[in-house]
Ligand binder design. Structure first.
Ligand code: SAM
Length: 271
């Protein structure tokens, strides 16, 4: 990445404590060019001056640098496997203390709420406790605010079956509002997964399931390895790390995890 781009990213880091320096260089340059085009700044130095003078531009830049495409039950097979094989066993094993789940890079909460819906439904079906602590984190504050509001348009709901929609959502002003019995199961917090430290809101030192899907693809390979290594160390034996379709475990960790089904990207930690 050109030094002038690093300079912009250093300013972002200073103001917002988010470090995009190890993000995929082409994505960063493309997204930055988009903001420069929209603000009419022809070079990096002019754009940096503008960024320093215009606080709203910082939000717009972070919005452009973070890709928040998501939906409920994205890659439905993953959620079917969680529902059928992973969650019942873990919920049963941790029925006293409660299940701990972390959605790292949660966008507008779709993934965390999808997991909460499944936990609730399993608990009702099996007549067991739905006691679960679900933490969902992201570096985009606007996305986190949207997640807390929990109102979704059609695009986010394309994988939601009619029965599920009727049961867990209420239509309101052109959106579908998720019911409180589900929203109350999830806590949202700002957290940058690249700092390799646990979110303080988590209070726990380990998580039975960590979902970090479609986040790592934006990092360079060195940072991907560091983040996966860090997350995998927080998972106890029999716990699962769930990655995105285009993401995988680095070579060095494969001996410690078994993929539930080839290509599922659900990796269970072995003893
Ligand atoms: C494409 S979305 C993925 C959402 C969801 N996990 C899914 O798979 O549908 C990527 C999310 O990662 C977030 N993100 C990017 N860098 C991050 C970081 N360093 N720490 C935490 N979240 C990050 C972005 O803000 C965005 O909301």
């Amino acid at each position: 990445m050109p030094e002038a781009v690093h300079e912009i990213l250093r300013h972002v880091k200073e103001i917002r404590a988010v470090d995009f320096n190890a993000y995929n260089a082409n994505t960063v340059k493309r997204r930055l060019a988009l903001r420069m085009g929209l603000t009419g700044k022809q070079d990096y130095a002019l754009y940096l001056d503008y960024l320093k003078e215009t606080p709203e531009e910082m939000d717009a830049l972070i919005d452009a640098l973070t890709i928040k495409v998501s939906c409920f039950f994205r890659n439905p097979l993953v959620f079917e496997l969680l529902r059928e094989y992973v969650l019942p066993e873990l919920m049963d094993a941790h029925r006293e203390e409660g299940l701990r789940v972390w959605s790292a890079g949660c966008a507008r909460g779709e993934e965390a709420y999808s997991t909460a819906i499944i936990i609730k439904e399993i608990a009702e079906k099996e007549n067991i406790s739905s006691r679960a602590f679900i933490l969902a984190t992201d570096i985009d504050r606007e996305a986190l605010n949207d997640a807390i509001m929990a109102g979704y348009a059609d695009e986010a709901l394309s994988e939601v079956k009619k029965g599920c929609l009727d049961r867990h959502f209420v239509p309101q002003a052109g959106l579908y509002m998720l019911k409180e019995e589900i929203t109350s199961m999830v806590n949202f917090a700002f957290h940058d997964v690249t700092i390799l430290k646990s979110p303080k809101e988590g209070i726990f030192s380990d998580y039975h399931i960590i979902l970090c899907r479609n986040v790592l693809i934006y990092f360079n390979s060195d940072l991907q390895k560091k983040v996966i290594g860090y997350l995998s160390a927080l998972i106890p034996v029999k716990g699962c790390l769930v990655l995105g379709e285009a993401e995988t475990l680095p070579e060095g960790l494969r001996g410690h995890f078994n993929e539930l089904m080839p290509g599922s990207k659900i990796f269970r930690k072995e003893g």
